[in-house]
Design a protein around this ligand. Structure first.
Ligand code: IMP
Ligand code: MG
Length: 336
């Protein structure tokens, strides 16, 4: 019976959504709750022929038996939420903490029209920065102030802590990545809140002593969207030649691609209190690994990469993603 946090180790878009979905099907949590900033994040989940990009609903929604929650610390855009609840057919399963701060239209226009946020920082234009600023200034609206959200309202910390007391499995999913944390990232080219595991616990009102596992997800070839330093960034010509091209889930901007950054991985694992590492995109290290589901079937090249990454992270790599589908993963958590 565990309470597990899943966070991104690099600059976001590490494939947390897919890892959350896999763990959910394996561990059968009763609640999957979302921490992180808000709808600036887009989690992509691919199941069979269907691809979903979620910005408000937890990416674990593909596992049908869990209640889905949005933690107190998260910003809620009621328009995005309503659209996703409709499209994903999750009405009745989704709950929002009554104290979540609201993103109003005005926050979105402030985000998009600000030269500093939109141009210099390269924000997603989803209103998160201005909404968090208003939250700190104590002029923001809360979920409980909006009649259209009344059907979702709940006390998320109460639900989560009671479930932990009953010995149930719980998943807390983070958004964004360590490199764009307001505290630990490449300030000022960061998002408007910390993104580390402690923040995800705080967002959900679950104290540090109640967390059993922290899974930090790293991409074999990290990516970054928006502006800011990226020390291992590759020339576009090189990444194109390698066949690596990615586009953002929310903004559709082309992502910058980099090499593995061992120093960043180590620091990120340290601050996150990583207990288990997950690596996504191993099929990019060696194409022959695409879709492989057994550790023994990985190539020598891939295994050497994993050994190096494990050394950097300083804890076992127990989840290895070999392709975009939820089923394309190697899970050796039991063998640790
Ligand atoms: P904001 O969070 O929209 O203010 O954007 C600030 C910076 O964080 C920009 O560089 C964004 O591209 C980046 N960012 C915000 N959320 C995400 C995410 O979920 N994945 C990747 N980058 C993100
Ligand atoms: Mg994303």
């Amino acid at each position: 019976m565990t309470c597990t946090i899943i966070v991104g180790g690099f600059f976001g878009d590490e494939g947390k959504g897919k890892v959350v979905a896999h763990i959910a099907f394996q561990d059968r949590p009763t609640i999957i709750s979302r921490g992180g900033v808000g709808p600036n994040a887009g989690h992509t989940v691919i199941v069979g022929k269907k691809e979903y990009g979620v910005r408000m609903v937890p990416s674990g929604f593909v596992y049908p038996d869990a209640r889905l929650m949005i933690g107190t610390g998260v910003l809620v855009d009621p328009r995005v939420l309503a659209k996703e609840v409709e499209e994903l057919h999750v009405r009745g399963r989704v709950f929002v903490d009554k104290r979540c701060s609201i993103i109003d239209e005005e926050h979105i226009s402030r985000d998009k029209s600000s030269e500093h946020l939109a141009k210099t920082i390269g924000s997603t234009g989803s209103g998160c920065g201005p909404a968090n600023a208003d939250r700190v200034l104590r002029v923001a609206r809360q979920a409980k102030d909006l009649p259209e959200l009344s059907e979702y309202l709940i006390d998320v910390p109460m639900e989560l802590n009671s479930a932990i007391d009953r010995g149930e499995n719980i998943l807390l999913e983070g958004t964004q990545g360590f490199g764009i944390s307001l505290y630990y990232g490449t300030y000022p080219f960061v998002t408007s809140k910390d993104t580390s595991a402690s923040q995800i616990a705080a967002d959900n009102g679950v104290g540090p002593t109640r967390i059993d596992d922290v899974v930090v997800v790293f991409k074999a070839y990290p990516t970054r969207v928006g502006e800011g330093p990226f020390s291992t960034e590759m020339d576009r010509i090189v990444s194109d030649k390698m066949g690596i091209q990615e586009f953002g889930t929310v903004t559709h901007r082309q992502r910058r691609i980099g090499q593995w950054d061992g120093g960043m991985a180590r620091y990120s694992a340290m601050v996150n209190g990583c207990t288990q590492g997950a690596i996504t995109g191993i099929d990019r290290v060696d194409n022959a690994c695409f879709g492989v589901t057994e550790y023994g079937k990985l190539t020598k090249k891939a295994r050497e990469f994993l050994e190096m990454a494990e050394e950097d992270i300083g804890c076992p790599i127990t989840l290895i993603s070999t392709g975009p589908d939820v089923s394309q993963i190697i899970d050796i958590r039991d063998e640790q």
